[in-house]
Design a protein around this ligand. Structure first.
Ligand SMILES: [Zn+2]
Length: 240
């Protein structure tokens, strides 16, 4: 019993350096199970084989909480098996680290929190199969050709303050217009998002754009680099 509890605490802690925030949401993460498995080692080895890097090795202060590795996502299931680390192409990881440094320069109590990173094609297939034929289908790229996440060139992220997520007006993967970024003045005027949420989104976008990231109009949390057709010619799809 005690060992089980200890293992769970270690597992949850290992997910994210921002312990207070994670400890509060331990219930949601309870389905995570053991972090270290041979399967997760194999996935991590594949990521490195494809030239991707684990961002925590570049900057351990960035919080990583992969939502698709828990049941706390729009599908309600873990689609990532044992994967707990945020992998990216090296230049993408370096750009995110630069954003973290700028954020901490503004206020050291800020931190980025990463909700999704490089996504293997097999996880994309699982995700796509789960939403096929539903209204959510349009938010998930088709697995055969892959989207930005399947090349390690996209990130889903937000900002923490003292380890707690700041107000962004809607939660990660809330697929409604409250998450759109092309109507925020209207959202603010209508009282659908707060002034704080409006400002927080603008702060995140300003810092990400300064590092060359582009946005996606339906998701305040999504940023990417490179045109997808360019990426398909130049980079390897994570076909595992
Ligand atoms: Zn995304």
């Amino acid at each position: 019993m005690l060992m089980g509890m200890l293992r769970r605490i270690i597992a949850v802690t290992a997910m994210c350096a921002c312990v207070p925030f994670v400890a509060e949401s331990a219930g949601a993460n309870a389905t995570v199970g053991d972090v270290r498995t041979s399967e997760s080692d194999a996935v991590e080895a594949k990521m490195r084989e494809y030239g991707l890097v684990d961002i925590s090795e570049l900057d351990a202060t960035i919080c990583v909480e992969l939502k698709y590795a828990t049941a706390d996502n729009f599908v309600g299931k873990n689609m990532y098996g044992g994967l707990r680390k945020a992998f990216f192409r090296p230049e993408i990881a370096r750009a995110i680290v630069a954003v973290q440094r700028e954020l901490k320069r503004i206020d050291s109590r800020y931190s980025l929190v990463i909700y999704d990173a490089a996504r293997p094609q097999s996880a994309q297939r699982t995700m796509y199969d789960m939403v096929r034929g539903t209204l959510k289908q349009r938010y998930v790229a088709k697995p055969a050709r892959g989207g930005h996440h399947n090349f390690g060139i996209a990130v889903d992220l937000s900002i923490l303050y003292d380890g707690k997520p700041v107000d962004m007006g809607s939660g990660f993967d809330t697929f409604t217009e409250v998450s759109h970024i092309d109507n925020e003045v209207w959202l603010l005027r209508k009282g659908l998002i707060t002034r704080a949420a409006y400002d927080n989104r603008r702060l995140l976008r300003r810092l990400m754009r300064a590092q060359g990231f582009t946005t996606y109009k339906r998701e305040w949390w999504h940023f990417q680099k490179y045109d997808i057709n360019y990426a398909r010619r130049r980079f390897k799809l994570l076909s595992f």
